[in-house]
Design a protein around this ligand. Structure first.
Ligand SMILES: Nc1ncnc2c1ncn2[C@@H]1O[C@H](COP(=O)(O)OP(=O)(O)OP(=O)(O)O)[C@@H](O)[C@H]1O
Ligand SMILES: [Mg+2]
Length: 387
């Protein structure tokens, strides 16, 4: 029997539809937007890459978030790795086969062929290197490349963003016969900054598409597996649907909740969520997360979790209760930016919210008890004084 961890939904048809869209508009990248933890990277890896390969393309992946300070170098590095893989296939046989033969024995004599002709080395400068790598890689592969750039909003945060975005755009356009590009992004704000700022080089360049959440297919897998573990019990699909929506369509989180329900033999999904949220293990994780930020940032988080306007005068009054805090609008703004950057807050259509809805509930219920081992929010933070 499979484990909960092995339950996976594959979306090859969705991947093929994106490939078709890319083919229909050469040189124009596609950007898949979705909030955090809903399965963007998983999709690139498990669906886009195999479908691109099946279509004769060479998928190349780079995570720009990991190399925020040097995204162009990260892209170049990924392309260089792919080129290495083509020139020296992994495994001993490949490596031996590609070792240049310089001497051939002919009837006991030896003929020296000299060194194999070397290709010109790649340019040092990153923009030129990108161009050269794309061309060389596509030539070597004898087919198109699918450049997959994960968390592309990181481009908007890098030091010389405008020049770099211009380079990327120029290369993707110029080499449109050799390369298609698909991006993902998890920050609406970052993407908007990157794509929609009038005058910015990415303006109206990439098409932004809402990446669909997993749906019933995934929930059915969970329910079926639960039924195999507990033949006398059943999880209701409608309840799972509500819960999945409530936790922001995050599959790994949903799986953790159902796994915990299975361990306890629970079938009431709402109770399952409660039990997960209040479990010692989960609370310890959240407390550790809170203790990684200072008391002021903790308090800003709580205010936002409570649905209070973070920049209001009433909020500033509450924040004054933190010893030595001297709250100002600018200070709250900078705290919000910091919390967004570290992933605790995200900006959505409805404003700035806590990224993980269960963490938000935890913040609200625990704010009475003084979050962060007494370092942070005081009980009074749960109630706003009169404005
Ligand atoms: N199609 C799927 N089927 C089953 N589980 C999935 C699927 N997609 C994602 N998951 C689970 O959700 C987890 C998070 O997915 P993933 O890392 O792809 O999300 P993401 O949107 O890239 O997140 P982040 O914003 O943190 O980069 C995965 O580790 C995996 O366990
Ligand atoms: Mg990801």
């Amino acid at each position: 029997m499979k484990t909960f961890d092995e339950l996976e939904v594959r979306r090859p048809a969705l991947a093929r539809s994106y490939l078709a869209l890319l083919e229909a508009q050469p040189g124009r990248p596609l950007t898949l937007f979705a909030p955090r933890r809903v399965g963007k990277t998983f999709f690139l890896d498990h669906d886009m890459a195999p479908e691109a390969k099946a279509a004769g393309m060479l998928p190349v992946y780079a995570d720009l978030w990991l190399y925020k300070s040097a995204p162009l170098e990260a892209i170049n590095h990924a392309l260089e790795e792919a080129l290495d893989d083509l020139l020296v296939p992994s495994g001993n046989i490949g490596k031996i086969a590609k070792t240049p033969v310089t001497k051939i024995g002919v009837l006991g004599a030896s003929l020296d062929l000299g060194d194999a002709p070397q290709r010109r080395s790649l340019p040092e400068s990153s923009p030129l290197r990108l161009d050269a790598l794309v061309t060389r890689l596509a030539g070597q592969h004898r087919g198109k490349i699918l450049l997959m750039l994960d968390e592309v909003q990181a481009l908007a945060d890098s030091p010389d963003d405008a020049a770099m975005i211009a380079t990327l755009r120029a290369v993707l356009h110029k080499r449109r016969k050799s390369v298609n590009a698909i991006f993902t992004g998890s920050s609406q704000e970052g993407l908007a900054r990157l794509m929609n700022t009038v005058g910015a080089p990415m303006y109206q360049f990439a098409q932004i598409i809402d990446f669909p959440f997993l749906g019933d297919e995934f929930l059915r897998l969970l329910a079926e597996h639960f039924g195999q573990v507990h033949p006398d019990k059943k999880l209701e699909l409608a309840e799972l649907r509500n819960a999945f929506q409530k936790i922001g369509f995050k599959p790994a989180l949903m799986r953790d909740i159902v796994r915990a329900m299975s361990a306890e033999g629970l079938t009431d999904v709402q109770r399952g969520i409660e039990s997960y949220r209040t479990s010692g293990h989960q609370v310890a994780i959240w407390l550790a997360l809170l203790n990684s930020i200072d008391a002021f940032d903790q308090a800003v988080l709580v205010v936002i979790a409570q649905g209070q306007p973070p920049l209001s005068r009433a909020t500033l009054k509450v924040l004054e209760l933190i010893p030595g805090s001297k709250p100002t609008i600018a200070k709250v703004r900078s705290s919000i930016e910091k919390l967004k950057r570290n992933g605790m807050l995200s900006k959505t259509m409805v404003g700035t919210t806590i990224d993980d809805p269960l963490f938000a509930e935890f913040l609200v219920t625990h704010s009475q008890q003084g979050i962060g081992s007494g370092r942070g929010c005081t009980p009074s933070l749960t109630k706003h004084p009169p404005a």
